[in-house]
Design a protein around this ligand. Structure first.
Ligand SMILES: *Cc1c(COP(=O)(O)O)cnc(C)c1O
Length: 459
């Protein structure tokens, strides 16, 4: 193995959690009982769990030590002060409101910053983010560059906003009808694709000139910073911390899920510099989450998050993180398995359209593929395609996203390269008898965020 390309784990292991594999017959039974939805499979039936990298992180010894320093005072916890100071130091925002997780922050921001009928342009959508925008009367508009919708185009910074699309939207609708621009770093549903510093700067300049605020979905900010260091001219000699600071200098605030690049198991926050917006956020957080000095989080969790945010920016950590994901992607590519290219920061996305050319999108190929992979190998993944995209709020028709994918998501600091080998072998084996994968149909379809709890049967 080329250790400069795929560095060894930059940690040693001092606590282990045994995993076991049940038989294929048992997995078939489990899958059926779960309505062919990997979200409904009990975790002890799973061998390698790549459902999500959300809250599935392994915390460090320092974070666990921080948990013992939890100050659970109802008001004015010292851990809140630590988190606030850390966020200000790393991201440069003056105000922070802790929330129970990222969607709590999205709920607050959407409630205070969107007026009925306003547009909320973004670089592709995220499920919970768009839900809160639409739930607060906003109209989501996708302004990501066109290439992001094509799984086969391998270019850097595929998550960039198409600035011309944004300019046109401002001209057509008027700046006053745009609530804010939501810029995700990296873009989860596009395949974990990063946004370049140049693009963030350009978006910021255009928005400033028109009096429009820019809020980042900062959930994967450290992974994005790694890609900038690796691939954008002029950033090779900068530290991840310097890059992160510059990234956020082009934003008015952000929502953050601590469960991703915060390397914790629960938590999130909303940030901004604007005093008036902060006052409004504080008024709302007491209703939905808790006192502004803890929001939705325990003191100990705020402490672990403050430490995790800093750890996510250590070069040894973040380079291993992104390159371990790339290792899995490279193995699949070499075997001819169709994946979204280039491989992004947190996951390898299988291209279900090319994996299952015998199925129509309305046969839910990605949902079915995720399910078959579990039965084949005990590896749990999730659908990111037509099921996740949901239905149009007004017409009730299915959104038909160009990307129909299975997300093979790598938790932080949890699995080794050997686990990646096992996963690659399982996917390659499934690809060899892909014709056996059958289409699915709904037997239960929830109204909101249907992918979490829907149930299916074979067509
Ligand atoms: C996970 C995620 C969220 C939502 O965060 P939660 O902590 O799960 O509520 C928002 N945006 C992106 C890009 C995410 O990956």
């Amino acid at each position: 193995m080329d250790y400069s390309k795929y560095p060894a784990e930059p940690y040693r292991i001092k606590m282990v959690e045994p995993v076991k594999m049940i038989s294929k017959e048992e997995r078939m039974k489990v899958a059926e009982e779960a309505g062919f939805n990997t979200f409904l499979i009990p975790s002890d039936a799973v061998y390698i769990d790549l459902l999500t990298d959300s809250g599935t992180n392994a915390m460090s010894d320092r974070q666990w030590a921080g948990m013992m320093l939890g100050d659970e005072a109802y008001a004015g916890s010292v851990n809140f002060a630590h988190l606030k100071d850390t966020v200000e130091e790393l991201m440069g925002f003056r105000h922070i409101v802790p929330t129970h997780q990222g969607r709590g922050a999205e709920n607050l921001l959407s409630s205070i910053a969107i007026k009925e009928g306003q547009y909320v342009p973004g670089n592709m959508y995220f499920t919970t983010t768009r839900f809160h925008q639409e739930n607060n009367g906003g109209i989501f508009i996708d302004i990501i560059r066109d290439e992001a919708h094509d799984a086969t185009i391998d270019i850097p910074f595929k998550g960039n906003i198409d600035v011309e699309k944004l300019r046109k939207l401002i001209e057509e609708k008027g700046a006053e009808n745009i609530a804010y621009v939501c810029l995700a770093v990296t873009v989860n549903l596009a395949g974990g694709q990063p946004v370049s510093m140049g693009n963030m700067k350009e978006v910021s300049e255009l928005c400033k000139a028109n009096g429009i605020k820019v809020f980042y979905d900062a959930t994967r900010f450290a992974e994005n910073a790694f890609f900038i260091k690796e691939q954008e001219d002029g950033y090779q000699d900068k530290t991840i911390a310097e890059i992160v600071k510059e990234m956020f200098s082009y934003a008015d605030g952000c929502t953050m899920s601590g469960k991703k690049d915060g390397i914790v198991n629960i938590g999130g926050f909303l940030c901004m510099n604007d005093d008036e917006l902060f006052e409004q956020a504080k008024e709302l957080v007491v209703v939905f989450e808790g006192m502004p000095s803890y929001g939705g989080m325990a003191g100990r969790d705020m402490e672990a998050l403050a430490i995790g945010l800093k750890e996510s920016m250590q070069y040894e950590y973040i380079s291993h993180r992104v390159l371990q994901v790339r290792y899995l992607g490279d193995k699949l590519k070499e075997a001819g398995v169709p994946i979204v290219e280039p491989v992004g920061g947190h996951a390898v996305f299988l291209d279900a359209r090319r994996f299952c050319p015998h199925l129509e999108q309305t046969d839910f190929p990605a949902q079915s593929l995720a399910n078959e992979l579990f039965i084949e190998s005990g590896v749990r993944t999730m659908e990111r395609g037509i099921i996740s995209a949901g239905r149009d709020k007004n017409t009730g028709e299915n959104h038909m996203p160009k990307l129909e994918t299975v997300r093979v998501t790598i938790p932080r600091r949890v699995y080794t390269y050997k686990h990646m080998d096992v996963v690659a072998d399982a996917i390659i084996k499934l690809y060899e008898h892909k014709e056996d994968i059958k289409g699915l149909k709904f037997v239960y379809e929830p109204k909101q965020l249907r992918f979490f709890t829907a149930r299916f049967e074979h067509k």
